[in-house]
Design a protein around this ligand. Structure first.
Ligand SMILES: *Cc1c(COP(=O)(O)O)cnc(C)c1O
Length: 299
């Protein structure tokens, strides 16, 4: 078991003016090795596998992702660390970018497919056609599995322990909604208000969360915030783009929160920008405690 990630108090003029106590749950620091691409919610999501690394040794893990996938970078790193091979089905053209170059350097076998072929990634016939060996371990896109729901909910219970009280609000980003489902489930006995900020356009994310939890959407206690997708997945304002040093995997956004490293723009910068905007709009009652989950991310 890794140690709980830190809970960091943030001082920000907007939070101060609104009378809101603001914290960041630093899951970007949740890692086996500091600074490694195997970090953040991808470690939590892969926990069912990583908790028993001996079962992976010498095997081959097959998984799926886009050309900038944090999940694939995390898995390739895990393969090197724990001694298993990786084969990835990647959506798109065989281009060069920092993440794909990293995967190549890590020795991952990359299999590029069109968007329409990628859509078949849950189809049994298709998976058989990929000639995946019976001893291969198949991990779904994003590492999202029902087996990881317990582990991905841990940042909430760790926060309650670290804070010594239940936060009024707990805010996080969503891609597949698996992490959000784990958090909602973990929080169900506590009475925090969970705010979920999807990184993708559309209003379907509540349905995804409900599906993970196998419950009707009406029974899910969560507030969905659909206003901060900035045009859709991996789209974001150009002024968020920071220059990053050569060889760095990351693209970073500086959205002006002191005390935090620049954020990755696909998930966390949207979340933080959204929460800060809502603080400025007076959404949160004075005296409330607000925790933002930094899920990490390397792109
Ligand atoms: C993958 C990822 C997410 C999305 O997690 P889901 O469980 O798919 O919703 C959020 N934040 C970061 C930094 C990620 O890498």
């Amino acid at each position: 078991m890794l140690a709980p990630s830190p809970l960091q108090p943030l001082t920000h003029p907007l939070a101060h003016a609104a009378g809101v106590r603001l914290y960041c749950k630093r899951d970007d620091l949740y890692a086996f090795d500091a600074g490694s691409p195997l970090q953040g919610n991808k470690v939590r999501k892969l926990w069912p596998y990583l908790s028993d690394p001996a079962s992976l040794r010498g095997r081959r893990v097959v998984s799926f992702g886009g050309a900038f996938s944090n999940h694939l970078a995390a898995l390739a790193t895990a393969g090197l660390r724990f001694g298993f091979a990786t084969r990835f089905i990647v959506r798109g053209e065989p281009v060069s970018n920092p993440v794909l170059d990293y995967l190549r350097a890590a020795g991952s076998e990359l299999h590029f497919v069109s968007r329409s072929e990628y859509r078949r990634r849950h189809d049994e016939d298709y998976l058989r056609g990929l000639a995946i060996d019976t001893s291969d371990i198949l991990i779904p896109e994003g590492g999202s599995t029902t087996a990881s729901l317990g582990a991905v909910g841990k940042p909430f219970t760790e926060t309650v322990d670290q804070l010594g009280e239940v936060p009024t609000y707990f805010c996080l980003s969503a891609g597949t909604g698996c992490t959000a489902a784990g958090i909602v489930d973990a929080a169900s006995d506590y009475g925090s208000e969970i705010e979920v900020y999807p990184a993708l356009k559309g209003d379907w994310m509540l349905g995804e969360i409900a599906a993970w939890l196998e419950r009707p959407s009406e029974d899910i206690l969560v507030r969905m915030i659909y206003d901060y997708t900035y045009g859709g997945y991996a789209k974001f304002p150009p002024h968020w783009r920071l220059n990053t040093p050569d060889g760095c995997l990351a693209k970073r956004a500086d959205i002006g929160i002191a005390g935090l490293p620049p954020l990755e723009p696909v998930y966390t910068a949207k979340l933080f920008a959204g929460v800060m905007d809502r603080i400025a709009k007076g959404v949160y009652a004075p005296g409330s405690t607000l925790v933002i989950l930094h899920t990490g991310g390397i792109y």
